[in-house]
Design a protein around this ligand. Sequence first.
Ligand SMILES: *Cc1c(COP(=O)(O)O)cnc(C)c1O
Length: 368
Amino acid sequence: MHVPILDLKPAYDELRSELDAAYHRVMESGRLLLGPELDAFETEYAQSVGVGHCIGVANGLEALQLVLMAIGVGPGDEVIVPAHGYIATWLAVTHAGARPVPCESDERTYNLDPDRIAALITSRTKAILPIHLYGQTADMERINSLAASHGLFVLEDGAQSHGARCHGRASGSLGHAAGISFYPSKNLGALADAGAITTPDGLLADKLRHLRNYGSKIRYQNDHIGLNSRLSELQAAFLRVKLPHLAAWNARRVRLAGRYLEQLRTVGDLVLPSVPDWAEPVWHLFVIRTARRAELQKYLTAHGIGTQIHYPTPPHLTGAYGGSGWKRGDFPLAERLADEVLSLPIGPHLTEEQVDYVSAQIQTFFKK
Ligand SMILES: *Cc1c(COP(=O)(O)O)cnc(C)c1O
């Protein structure tokens, strides 16, 4: 049996006629940027999140950068980010001119540990930027109350958590604003780069509509130092086709994750993902931990099973941040997670049989 880590073709097979129709609709319209498809998608996505405003942009990285710019984060400011996560979150802070301040995660949920945030807050801190990593929201109730008591913004990195919930409220509606990615492999993915910002704040939304388009809302009238970061009509049209399927696709991921959790309980030294009772994850990734990762990964590859490591190098140890003075040992938990995590195949079009096969191979590996 062959189980790829990711296969985008089945989603096209499922939605072929609608996606093809969307393509033809946009091509016939002759409108390629900032048109009716984007307007409609922004309205539909905001509704699905239960938040007042959605602003489509070119990708998730720029969504985060634009939000930081829009709330006035810049040189001299600090933004608290997870030490364990994807580097894009840090890059957004750096591109906004501010300094990312890493905070260790909770060892069970892999998300920003609220107990460790307060010690990092200084007079320069402007915002806390948690990632809802692997599809499960951070502990937003505690992060929000901490931020409120220090007068800080809370921004969500919602790139991996479309449809996830925290105490019943949707990812993307849990802070002052959220940066979302529709990179093709995300739970809601476009067919090229795409992103969005969601926010309940109408003034912020208005500013973001300028900032994504050269700082201009009326052509050739530039009121801000903006970017060129627009979500194309084609991608908006494709996302409109996929959005109505997101809930069913996420439910499918939940079922498959439940199967893994059941089958991999007490296997070898595996540490399985842990879900607090207030969280409803959407399983963007199914991440296990083991001290025997390299061996296990090799074994699974030999048996036709694709895996990946999210992520092999914590941002503070990357070349990109090499000049920032961090060294090995500064964030021991993030470093250990980077050494132990392994992502198994998961997705809405994976079959039960494929999941059973992956679990069986892992069980066999640990019996040897
Ligand atoms: C994918 C991702 C991003 C960046 O999104 P792009 O659309 O690729 O720019 C940011 N943060 C996290 C956590 C991601 O997984």
